[in-house]
Design a protein around this ligand. Structure first.
Ligand code: HAM
Length: 407
C-alpha cells in the first residue's frame, strides 16, 4: 500500500463537510466586504518567498519545499498565500496606478514542519489581501471580518494586537534591540535571527531566550507619531465595536514582511493559544518585490485548525437528499429518467440494485437521506412512487407526472 506523505492528509467525510462549511462562510463574508476571488499558482520561483517571507523566517530557513524543476528553475511550493498575490498585483501592473484591489483565496500551503495536532505539512488557508488602501480603517475592517467569520462558525477566540512601526521608527527600535540582545545565551535560531531580523527573536519559543528578554525595549514605546496615532485609532475603532483584544509586545509574526498593524486570533480549544488566524499590514512588500511603493494589508485563517475545533463539538449532519430505488430491475430505466429530472433541483442517490423494501429503507437511513422514493409493481401500474419522509415518517403515494411539485 502506498500511504500519503507524513503531515499530509486527505480531507474527506466529516472533515470535508466542515471544510466546505468554513470556505462557504469565509467566502460569503469576504464577498460582502467587497473582496473577489483570486487563484494564484501553487508553485512560484523560490526567490519570491525568500524576498518576501524573508531569510530570517523559519518558513524560508527550514520549511520550504524547494527544488530545481526540469527547466533548471529554482522553484518552491507556496508556504503561504500573500507573496503570490502581491506578485500577481505587480505583474498585472496594478501597482503603477496604485489600484485598489481586494482579493480572497483559499487552498493548499506547504511547510516542512514537524507534524502534530493542527500542524501539517500541507495545510489549507483562507486568506484576503487588500492593496491600495492606506487607511488604518482597512486594518480594523479586516479584524471585524475575522470576528464575523468566527462568530458565524461559533468559535471562541482571543485577539492579540501589536504595531511593528514603519520605515521611520523601526530602524531606531531595531538598533535599540540589537544593543539589548548583545549578550550570550540565546539559542542558535536566535543568533541567526539577531543578524537577519532581530525583532524575530521576540517570539522565540525557547524558555531560556524568553527569560533573557525580560526588560527588553518595547516596540510600542518607540513608535513615531504617525504610527502611534494610527495604532491608537485602530484600538479605538475596535473598542467602539466592543471587540476585546490584548496588546502583545512580543507579537512580531513569523514572516518578515509586516510593518505597522500585526494581529493574531488565538484559541485554547486545540492546545494552548493556538493561532487560528494571523495577519497585518505589509506596505513595504510591494516595493520590495519590484513594484511601485504602495499599501497592502491582509490575513489568513488556518482551515485545518478550525476543522479541529469544530470536530470537538457535536457533529450532526441533517438528513438530506432523496434515495430513489426499485424492487425490480425492470424499473431502473424509468428511475434513471426520473432522477435526471429531479437532479435539476434535488440531490438524488439512485440505487441501481433491486432489493427488498426493508433493505432499501435501511440503506436510505444509513446514507442519511431525507426522502425515500421506491417503485414496485403496484406503483409502476399506477405511474406512481412510494414516498416516505425519513424524518417525519409520513408515507404516501406520489404521481410521477406531478413529482417535482409534490417534493
Ligand atoms: P501565518 O500566521 O503563517 O500567516 O498563517 C496563517 C494561519 O495558517 C495560522 O494562523 C494557522 O492557523 C495556519 N497555519 C500555519 N501553519 C500551519 C500548519 N503547518 N498547519 C496547519 N495550519 C497552519 C500567513 O500565512 C500570512 N500569509 C497571513 C497574511 C495574509 N498576512 C497578510 N496577509
Amino acid at each position: 500500500m502506498i500511504s500519503a506523505l507524513k503531515g499530509m492528509k486527505d480531507i474527506k467525510d466529516k472533515d470535508a463537510f466542515y471544510y466546505e462549511k468554513i470556505v462557504k462562510i469565509c467566502e460569503e463574508v469576504a464577498k460582502n466586504y467587497g473582496f473577489s476571488y483570486i487563484n494564484t499558482p501553487h508553485l512560484e520561483f523560490s526567490k519570491l518567498f525568500k524576498r518576501s517571507v524573508g531569510e530570517s523566517s523559519d518558513i524560508v530557513g527550514k520549511e520550504m519545499y524547494e527544488f530545481i524543476d526540469k527547466g533548471q528553475n529554482e522553484v518552491s511550493l507556496r508556504p503561504e498565500g500573500t507573496a503570490g498575490v502581491v506578485r500577481a498585483y505587480i505583474e498585472a501592473k496594478f501597482d503603477k496606478s496604485s489600484s485598489l484591489k481586494r482579493w480572497f483565496y483559499h487552498g493548499s500551503m506547504f511547510r516542512y514542519e514537524r507534524p502534530q495536532k493542527g500542524r501539517l505539512r500541507e495545510f489549507h488557508q483562507f486568506g484576503v489581501e487588500c492593496f491600495g488602501e492606506k487607511s488604518v480603517y482597512e486594518d480594523a475592517t479586516l479584524i471585524l471580518m475575522l470576528v464575523e467569520i468566527f462568530n458565524r462558525l461559533d468559535i471562541n477566540f482571543n485577539i492579540l494586537l501589536n504595531s511593528l512601526g514603519c520605515v521611520e521608527c523601526l530602524p531606531q527600535y531595531r538598533q535599540k534591540l540589537i544593543d539589548f540582545l548583545d549578550k550570550d545565551g540565546f539559542c542558535d535560531d536566535c543568533i541567526r535571527r539577531k543578524k537577519l531580523n532581530p525583532i524575530r527573536v521576540l517570539d522565540c519559543k525557547n524558555d531560556n531566550c524568553q527569560s533573557l528578554l525580560v526588560n527588553m525595549p518595547i516596540i510600542r514605546d518607540n513608535l513615531c507619531q504617525n504610527c502611534k496615532k494610527e495604532f491608537e485609532l485602530l484600538q479605538d475603532i475596535l473598542r467602539q465595536d466592543n471587540i476585546n483584544f490584548k496588546l502583545d509586545d512580543k507579537l512580531v509574526r513569523g514572516l518578515d514582511y509586516y510593518s505597522k498593524s500585526a494581529f493574531e486570533f488565538v484559541s485554547d480549544e486545540i492546545g494552548a493559544k493556538a493561532s487560528i488566524a494571523g495577519g497585518g499590514r505589509y506596505d513595504r512588500l510591494i516595493e520590495y518585490l519590484g513594484g511601485k511603493s504602495g499599501y497592502g494589508v491582509g490575513f489568513a485563517i488556518g482551515i485545518e485548525r478550525i476543522i479541529a475545533i469544530l470536530e470537538q463539538k457535536e457533529f450532526e449532519e441533517k438528513r438530506n437528499g432523496i434515495y430513489l430505488c426499485a424492487l425490480d430491475e425492470k424499473y431502473i430505466t424509468k428511475l434513471l429518467n426520473i432522477a435526471r429530472i429531479l437532479r435539476k433541483k434535488h440531490k438524488v442517490l439512485l440505487n441501481y440494485g433491486p432489493k427488498k423494501l426493508a433493505k432499501h429503507l435501511a440503506n436510505a437511513d444509513n446514507l442519511n437521506t431525507e426522502i425515500f422514493l421506491c417503485m414496485g409493481e403496484n406503483e409502476a401500474l399506477q405511474e406512481s412512487l412510494f414516498y416516505k419522509n425519513l424524518n417525519t415518517k409520513e408515507e404516501k403515494m406520489l404521481k410521477i407526472y406531478n413529482l417535482e411539485n409534490s417534493l
